[in-house]
Design a binder for this molecule. Structure first.
Ligand code: SAM
Ligand code: SF4
Length: 460
């Protein structure tokens, strides 16, 4: 009999990828995706621990899940509840204390063991099953082939974990040491995604451009390893794969091979998320980012030298311990100097166990709030200007899905902007030239460009 599986995903795209793989793992055991937790046989919360707010959301969701679990029990059924991901890894004990009805706790490196954990929890009755180990075997070796048909765009995790230990960040503790998947496995998974209909693949990793996976047996590489630039070139050779992106990059790991790939590989999209966090060298030093503001600017120059239309995005943290007005001004100056197409910005959130959390010079909350407001105003202004600049241009848009309005499709520009246009549904999956006529802060609108409309596949 089919069982109902509900997965709720928090946080980054890597969690989106992990959730899809959990569904793949459970499918052979008869679990099919359910749209809500109500009446589900298995509920998985795949969690994020990057900021306090993200972790707190999980505890609040667990409140509603407990009610649904009780209701299921009253109806004579059983709902297993699993907390997966980084909150399970970092706050397993807290979950056991605050939510004793949770049946399974599984960390991000151990979820390939989910079928076994579910079977044990099924037998255990009220007992809890826990696996937050960092297994010696790479989980990717134990995951089944990608099952469900991918959409037009797909994620593919190529690298995990991080050895950089930025002083604000939990990732090295929750996701563990850096690991790069062998290139041959990635190419095989990408081929499978393309065969299933994916036209664009985003390569994922906490530190994706630190990638250094084993080269395929026939791959030409003196060191036996491929870096990201070599992997991108190989993937660009897959017939049908029109677009490649990667995220999240670290400025320290932008090597010449990657810069050359931006120059020479047309499938590599001219949009890069390259987080800088701060424009102050003093703060960057205290964050252990291992580069200065000038080095970041020089990296951006190298990339723009290779791909002049490269659009940039970044992450910023305001109110890092000890950040002065002068430091904050340096961040605003860097923003002006670079010119971002979009960006994410956050108030510093002390994370238990990280070095910065115990610093004595924490910045007061109202100061953080004020700085965030100022920074976001500047970033939003840049984003609006970037979008407005697209008006009157014809951009190749990869249509992904129906839009909100009848007869409308939504897709992405090469610069990762959402673009709405009137078009028939059978153009989903095609790259179509669209004349941009209007710009909103977070999206563009346009019309299929007249003469070339039937010629869309050659537009990218
Ligand atoms: N590996 C990426 C890098 O080095 O830029 C970042 C990955 S992290 C999952 C995503 C973003 O969350 C970071 O770039 C940072 O801006 C933000 N972040 C991480 N820890 C944070 C904290 N303690 N407080 C506020 N923001 C944080
Ligand atoms: Fe966290 Fe990124 Fe720094 Fe690694 S490089 S510790 S993932 S912020």
């Amino acid at each position: 009999m089919t069982k109902r599986l509900f997965i709720k995903t928090y946080g980054c795209q890597m969690n989106v990828y992990d959730s899809a793989r959990m569904a793949d793992l459970m499918a052979p055991l008869g679990y099919a995706a359910a749209a809500t937790a109500e009446g589900a046989d298995l509920v998985i919360l795949n969690t994020c621990h990057i900021r306090e707010k993200a972790a707190e959301k999980v505890f609040s969701e667990l409140g509603s899940i407990r009610r649904l679990k009780r209701q299921r029990q009253r109806e004579g059924g059983r709902m297993l509840v699993a907390v997966a991901g980084c909150v399970a890894q970092a706050e397993g004990e807290e979950i056991q204390r605050r939510a004793p009805f949770v049946d399974i706790l599984v960390g991000p490196q151990a979820y390939h063991r989910l079928p076994e954990l579910v079977a044990r929890a099924d037998l255990a009755g009220e007992g809890r099953v826990l696996d937050t180990s960092f297994p010696a075997e790479p989980k990717f070796d134990y995951l089944p082939e990608t099952g469900a048909a991918p959409g037009v765009t797909a994620f593919l995790t190529i690298q995990e974990g991080c050895d950089k230990f930025c002083t604000f960040c939990v990732v090295p503790y929750t996701r563990g040491a850096e690991y790069s998947r062998p290139a041959a496995d990635i190419i095989a998974e990408a081929s499978c995604l393309v065969a299933g209909g994916a036209r664009e693949i985003t390569l994922l990793g906490q530190n994706v451009n630190a990638y250094h996976g084993a080269a395929p047996p026939d791959g030409q590489s003196g060191s036996g390893e491929w870096r990201l630039g070599e992997l991108v070139r190989a993937l660009a050779g897959l017939p049908g794969l029109a677009r490649i992106r990667y995220t999240t990059s670290h400025p320290r790991d932008v090597d010449d091979g990657l810069v050359a790939a931006h120059r020479e590989v047309p499938q590599l999209m001219p949009f890069l998320h390259l987080p800088v966090q701060s424009g102050s060298d003093r703060v960057l030093g205290a964050m252990n980012r291992r580069h200065t503001a000038d080095q970041y600017k020089a990296t951006v120059e190298r990339l723009r030298g290779a791909r002049p239309d490269l659009a940039l995005s970044s992450d910023f943290i305001v109110g890092f311990p000890g950040e002065t007005e002068q430091d904050f001004q340096a961040t605003l100056d860097l923003v002006s100097a670079i010119g971002y197409a979009q960006a994410f910005s956050f108030k510093y959130s002390p994370r238990p166990g990280t070095p910065a959390a115990s610093a004595e010079n924490q910045v007061p909350e109202p100061v953080k709030t004020e700085r965030l407001t100022v920074l976001q105003a500047s970033l939003q202004q840049q984003q609006r200007a970037f979008n407005a600049n697209c008006i009157g241009r014809v951009l190749p848009i990869l249509f992904e899905k129906p839009g909100r309005h009848q007869g409308q499709l939504v897709g992405r520009s090469p610069y990762s902007q959402a673009v709405h246009a009137n078009a028939p549904a059978d153009r989903i999956g095609e790259i179509v030239p669209v004349m941009i006529r209007a710009a909103q802060p977070n999206s563009l609108a346009g019309d299929i460009a007249g003469a070339a409309a039937g010629d869309g596949e050659r537009a990218a």
